[in-house]
Design a protein around this ligand. Structure first.
Ligand code: HMG
Ligand code: MG
Length: 302
């Protein structure tokens, strides 16, 4: 197998993870988490989202969090922006990258961003144009690429269609997301192949929630395709408020453990990453949702 020799992981814990917590997490804790992630070697961190605070109150402190981060050279800080209002609020916070997020199913698009897929593309077009004019890189997330909590199965044709629309408005990178973690390797590969009809290999990433315990094996299936960029979430934090029952993203610790075992470089210090996961898990009053972190923490305690 021709696996990539290096993998880039984007930790989405501060955003995807903490957007889903019932109890408020103070901005200072979010900032400290970002600091610990960058100290562990993460080179891209999805920090927050500029969405409606009525929809996702957990991210209402977006500007405060962005302002509090001690920026480290070589680290990219990304934020979600669903519309012009979000982009206008984000620009003064100097993100390196913004994320517009569409869905492969109409039902999820309506529930998550309150508009149809076609309307979302219309809404994103000026956001993409303005971001790029400001020198900000534009990533797209394509939700429910293999399964939707409202529609059920999602076909590769549906993924291909929205990938084409995203490409058409100038979205530079496409993250293929299994929002509810139902995917298995063959369907995930088919979704990736659909995205690869419109995006180059270096412009595609995987974003796998681990609800059914399939995220690592799906990552492996994509590594075999040469895909070398993945979102993951420290301590397995995460979920989407509009995808009830879906659990967190695959734990960054688990992905790093697997990749290092395969002699694939990530630039991440697993010990420091585990400390970052323990920090936020202690704050939330639970154990990290990562098998590798649990095993290594038990080993440390012994
Ligand atoms: P809407 O209600 O249709 O928007 O929401 P609107 O334009 O009609 O505006 C309504 C109100 O919201 C107005 O305020 C606006 O000013 C305000 P009012 O006049 O009533 O006081 N508003 C905003 N405020 C702050 N920031 C903004 C903003 N936009 C409007 N950007 C909207 C449409 C998209 C805003 C809403 O549906 C929304 O915020 N949705 C966010 C959903 C979300 O954050 N979901 C989770 C992230 S996506 C995810 O987790 C999936 C991912 O991880 C990949 C995967 O796993 O699939 C990325
Ligand atoms: Mg997600």
């Amino acid at each position: 197998m021709n696996y990539p020799s290096q993998v880039k992981l984007v930790d989405v814990g501060p955003r995807d993870g903490l957007q889903n917590e019932k109890e408020p997490v103070p901005a200072a804790v979010k900032i400290e988490l970002v600091h610990r992630l960058q100290d562990a070697g993460l080179r891209e961190i999805e920090v927050t989202s500029f969405v409606s605070p009525k929809w996702v109150p957990q991210m209402a402190d977006n500007a405060e969090v962005m302002a509090g981060i001690r920026r480290q050279p070589g680290v990219r800080y990304s934020v979600l922006t669903p519309n012009m209002k979000g982009l206008e609020a984000a620009i003064p916070c100097r993100p390196d990258e913004i994320v517009v997020f569409a869905a492969a199913s109409e039902a999820f698009s309506q529930r998550n961003i309150n508009c149809s897929i076609a309307e979302s593309i219309e809404r994103f077009a000026p956001v993409v144009e303005a971001a790029r004019a400001n020198g900000i890189y534009v990533r797209g997330a394509l939700s429910v690429a293999v399964g939707c909590p409202y529609q059920g199965k999602v076909s590769a044709e549906e993924v291909e269609r929205v990938a084409r629309l995203m490409k058409g408005i100038g979205v530079q990178h496409l993250g293929v997301a299994d929002t509810i973690g139902v995917g298995t390797p063959r369907v995930v590969r088919r979704a990736m192949e659909a995205a690869l009809k419109h995006y180059e290999l270096q412009d595609v990433s995987g974003h796998f929630h681990d609800t059914y315990g399939q995220a690592l094996v799906n990552t492996m299936a994509c590594l075999e395709m040469g895909i070398w960029q993945y979102d993951s979430s420290v301590a397995g934090l995460g979920g989407c408020p509009y995808a009830k029952g879906a659990t967190g993203n695959v734990a960054t610790e688990d992905v790093v453990y697997m990749l290092h075992g395969m002699e694939i470089d990530t630039g991440i210090d697993l010990d420091k990453l585990i400390d970052a996961g323990k920090y936020i898990s202690d704050f939330l009053g639970r154990k990290p949702n990562s098998r590798a972190a649990t095993a290594l923490l038990n080993q440390r305690a012994a």
